[in-house]
Write a protein that binds this ligand. Structure first.
Ligand SMILES: O=C(O)[C@H](O)C(=O)CO
Ligand SMILES: [Mg+2]
Length: 258
């Protein structure tokens, strides 16, 4: 059975963020991921991990002004210096927390700027970030996101993400395969997973269309979990879903040892 990491941004939202570490550990998780840790003191986060015997397997680089609708800086021409500063900040956190991989969000293609121009900016920034993280043995994830959840987001398909990964040729640049997004955009999950396994650095799960626990909706997760085992996938599976009700009440799908 794959290794599952609780997503503390989406799960255990019955309690404040810093109390979710203990809640995840109590539920049996040994690993967690989250989106953006930057509102918390990094040493406090390190204590939350160590006190609860958890490892952090992923978090995101700063996304720009989230409340203003920004969803990443990497593809935004003219924001390169801000992007480089976001890489430095994420590195500070990752080195303290021992995080082995970081997800960099691409961003929404701005009005008046061509997609090819954004794609060129994105590739240059991703290459820079991968080089910086690589000095510390940290992998960089790029994740296609569906246009229903994020209209205008630059990167939507697994195929394009793997093409960028191969073109840049950085060993520590990997694709984050979120089955929720991949199902919405292109489906064909098991073949895409099988054909691209070497280039996949992290997986995330949620039901489609509701983005709840992976025990409902149109994706056959028991089939995919068995395929991950058969393929020998050694990475983590992030539970990036919105619990239908109380988080603990929705964990019946988890194997006993997560
Ligand atoms: O939304 C997602 O699936 C991504 O994993 C993310 O981190 C940005 O929201
Ligand atoms: Mg995701």
């Amino acid at each position: 059975m794959p290794k599952f990491a609780a997503n503390l941004t989406m799960m255990f939202n019955e309690v404040p963020f810093l109390q979710r570490f203990a809640a995840a550990a109590k539920a049996g998780f040994t690993a967690v991921e989250f989106l953006f840790p930057y509102e918390s003191d990094v040493q406090q986060l390190a204590r939350c991990l160590s006190e609860n015997h958890l490892q952090n397997v992923l978090f995101n680089l700063p996304p720009g002004d989230w409340l203003a609708g920004e969803r990443g800086l990497a593809a935004l021409p003219g924001r390169e210096e801000e992007f480089k500063a976001s890489v430095a900040l994420a590195l500070e956190y990752a080195r303290v927390l021992g995080t082995p991989r970081l997800h960099v969000m691409a961003g929404i293609v701005p009005d008046g700027i061509s997609r090819p121009h954004c794609l060129e900016t994105y590739c240059k920034n991703i290459d820079y970030a991968a080089k910086e993280l690589g000095q510390y043995g940290i992998d960089l994830m790029i994740e296609p996101i569906n246009p229903r959840d994020m209209p205008g987001y630059l990167l939507n398909s697994q195929a394009e993400a793997h093409a960028i990964r191969k073109m840049l040729g950085r060993d520590n640049l990997k694709v984050q395969m979120d089955f929720y997004h991949a199902q919405i955009v292109e489906g064909d999950l098991s073949t895409s997973l099988t054909n691209n396994l070497d280039g996949i650095g992290h997986i995330q799960i949620a039901s489609v269309p509701a983005r709840n626990e992976p025990d409902d909706g149109e994706i056959n997760y028991p089939y995919l979990f068995a395929l991950l085992d058969k393929l020998g996938y050694q990475g983590w599976v992030g539970c990036e879903y919105r619990p239908r009700g109380k988080t603990e009440d929705g964990l019946g799908w988890l194997p006993k040892s997560v």
